[in-house]
Design a binder for this molecule. Structure first.
Ligand SMILES: Cc1cc2nc3c(=O)[nH]c(=O)nc-3n(C[C@H](O)[C@H](O)[C@H](O)COP(=O)(O)OP(=O)(O)OC[C@H]3O[C@@H](n4cnc5c(N)ncnc54)[C@H](O)[C@@H]3O)c2cc1C
Length: 374
């Protein structure tokens, strides 16, 4: 009998087993693959962490807590997980990205500067913004290494006596008088509580909830820069650029694998099991069009591509809540393509919730009930 079983050891699950194991809980973590792996949502070598949160200021306290968690993980594991580069939220002055980032910075008194197109060009020569572009510059933004972060959390969890089972698919679970029973391809396990953090496979494990989730395919690209000196991590911050109203792409400096760029929320709807993994010539031509216009010195040879999955909710906020019919079960994951940066604080919040500790955050914006109300 375990205290807690965690199904899914991607960003959310690895953080949850790590947090619970460090609190002395008897934890079993199960994944159908061997994490960190490249079939879900937590691969691709880099994730942006940023504070001037254009989506909603409500995320700022959560990301502040996550910065502490990432620093603690680095010191406990001795692994580098976060590299500070600063960040640019770019676009039209009244566009969703710039105005949202500015609003979060003002509301939470975050350090920031507002830069015009000339200032952007002179400070960051790789960038070629149009004359009407502005940017919110935030100094604390940076790049997380998702594979290193998951690996570090799982290693620390195991060292703290968590039991981790890889290559084992959960086929069903049920509530019992004592808690839950989980059946996998290899066995059956019992626990007092269950966390389901199955990312894009979530609906398979809670079909009774008929969650309004959309799985979105997103391709990412790495290019050889033509002028390598412009793309080192100390010369190019992470950026998110609203290049047309409601349309964004983002990019990273060259950390050794090339300059990584991708579109945000322009992918086709798919499923976790049937996603198209190949990236087409027309997709590559599309991203080269953006490079040509805004980042021309990154438009060298294509090194590689990857496909990753967003699990979108209708309002693009997360789901972090107890199962409405089974309070021993916590549902965590669908993070609408922006969850990684928070994952270490989300694991902590789940551990707080399961262990009856006072909540550091108001999780009500992430409730399941909002869909019923809608
Ligand atoms: C291209 C891309 C770019 C992104 N960029 C950013 C960014 O810059 N910043 C940011 O903060 N966020 C970003 N995100 C979002 C972030 O990466 C995700 O929100 C986060 O990684 C989701 O983690 P997860 O644990 O919910 O899902 P996953 O990592 O997919 O983990 C789910 C796990 O559950 C396992 N599982 C599922 N079903 C079963 C089963 N039946 N039995 C056993 N195991 C099971 C899977 O194998 C998997 O390991 C990005 C996402 C993508 C795809």
């Amino acid at each position: 009998m375990f205290d807690v079983i965690v199904i899914g050891l991607g960003a959310m699950g690895s953080s949850t087993v790590y947090q619970l194991a460090f609190r002395g809980q008897k934890v079993l973590g199960i994944d159908q693959f061997t994490p960190p792996h490249s079939f879900g949502s937590s691969h691709g070598k880099s994730r942006i962490i940023r504070e001037t949160y254009f989506e909603d200021p409500l995320y700022v306290p959560l990301v502040k807590r996550a910065y502490n968690g990432w620093a603690e993980l680095q010191s406990r594991s001795g692994k580098r997980v976060l590299t500070r580069t600063g960040g640019l939220m770019m676009g039209a002055p009244d566009g969703a990205v710039v105005s949202g980032a500015r609003a979060s910075a003002v509301e939470h008194r975050l350090p920031y500067e507002e830069l015009n197109a000339n200032e952007l060009r002179s400070r960051f020569p790789a960038l070629r913004p149009s004359d009407d572009t502005v940017a919110i510059w935030e100094p604390r933004a940076g790049v997380l290494d998702p594979e290193a972060a998951i690996d570090a959390q799982l290693s620390l969890a195991r060292a703290a006596r968590a039991e981790l089972r890889f290559g084992e698919k959960v086929t069903k679970w049920r509530a019992t008088a004592e808690g839950v029973e989980v059946t996998t391809s290899s066995g059956t396990y019992a626990a007092a509580r269950l966390v389901i953090s199955a990312g894009p496979w979530m609906s398979e494990l809670v079909p009774e909830l008929a969650l309004p989730l959309e799985i979105e395919r997103n391709a990412v690209y790495w290019f050889d820069p033509l002028k390598a000196a412009e793309f080192t991590p100390n010369r190019l911050p992470v950026f998110i650029h609203e290049y047309a109203p409601g349309r964004t792409w983002y990019g990273f400096a060259n950390f050794g694998d090339g300059v990584k760029v991708a579109l945000h929320h322009e992918g086709e709807t798919t499923t976790a099991n049937n996603v198209r993994r190949a990236v087409s010539d027309s997709e590559i031509a599309g991203i080269r069009g953006l490079l040509k216009a805004f980042l021309p010195d990154a438009n060298g040879a294509l090194r590689t591509t990857s496909v990753c999955l967003y699990t979108n909710t209708p309002d693009e906020n997360f789901i972090l809540d107890r199962h409405p019919e089974h309070p021993a079960v916590f549902i965590a994951s669908p993070c609408s393509g922006h969850g990684f940066k928070f994952s270490i604080a989300i694991g902590e919040a789940i551990a707080d919730d399961l262990m009856g500790e006072s909540r550091r955050f108001d999780l009500s914006p992430f409730s399941l009930a909002r869909f019923a109300r809608a």
